[in-house]
Design a protein around this ligand. Structure first.
Ligand SMILES: NC(=O)c1ccc[n+]([C@@H]2O[C@H](COP(=O)([O-])OP(=O)(O)OC[C@H]3O[C@@H](n4cnc5c(N)ncnc54)[C@H](O)[C@@H]3O)[C@@H](O)[C@H]2O)c1
Length: 170
């Protein structure tokens, strides 16, 4: 898809991977909705980038918030072609530690933002893009999700493998 002139919505767009994505898209002529919980950073980035960038305060795991951000894309720019999931949080807590078992609430929070939130934007953006006229390549829209190597290898895995290696080499 040609980036110049497209309308993109980036979750977590106020910081890190999302901010870099917003800057790259804007630099190539896209119109961007910066969707994030962090109002101060999101607003400031939108102001810096000018009229082709708008901020939408939204929790990616909230149906109402994400729907409102998609409406902002249509109300401001008239369409939506691309949705990019960058909103995410990290948590590195041992399954059992000095304080007891891993708090279930912390685990649930990561699942809610990183998994449920990602799917929430996928489904609502896909529904909105369904109405787009296909472009010359037959595309109605593009959805991009980001993940972490932490999905394959837990952040504290090294601590557990070291003693095993020590036994192996002994
Ligand atoms: N930085 C990396 O190298 C890297 C690599 C692979 C994966 N990741 C993962 O990608 C995600 C983003 O990483 P980052 O480095 O850009 O982090 P970051 O903290 O710099 O940016 C994340 C952004 O998401 C926003 N956010 C958090 N919860 C939200 C919610 N519920 N709704 C809307 N916005 C929310 C934050 O306000 C923040 O602006 C994380 O889950 C991280 O684990 C990061």
């Amino acid at each position: 898809m040609e980036v110049s002139g497209i309308v993109a919505l980036v979750s977590g767009g106020a910081s890190g991977l999302g901010e870099a994505t917003v800057r790259r898209l804007a630099g190539h002529g896209a119109k961007v909705i910066i969707m994030d919980l962090n109002e101060a950073r999101g607003q400031s980035l939108a102001e810096e980038l000018g009229p082709h960038a708008h901020f939408a305060k939204a929790d990616v795991s909230s149906e109402e918030d994400v729907q409102n951000a998609i409406h902002l894309a249509f109300n401001t720019f008239g369409e939506l072609h691309v949705a990019i999931n960058c909103a995410g949080i990290g948590s590195a807590i041992k399954t059992i530690g000095k304080e007891g078992p891993h708090p279930l609430s912390a685990f649930k929070k990561v699942i809610e933002v990183n998994l449920v939130g990602t799917f929430n934007l996928i489904r609502l953006a896909a529904h909105a893009m369904e109405r787009n006229e296909p472009n010359a390549e037959g595309e109605r829209g593009v959805i991009i999700n980001t993940a972490s190597v932490a999905a394959l290898m837990g952040k504290s895995a090294r601590r557990h493998t070291l003693p095993l290696k020590a036994v192996w080499w002994a």
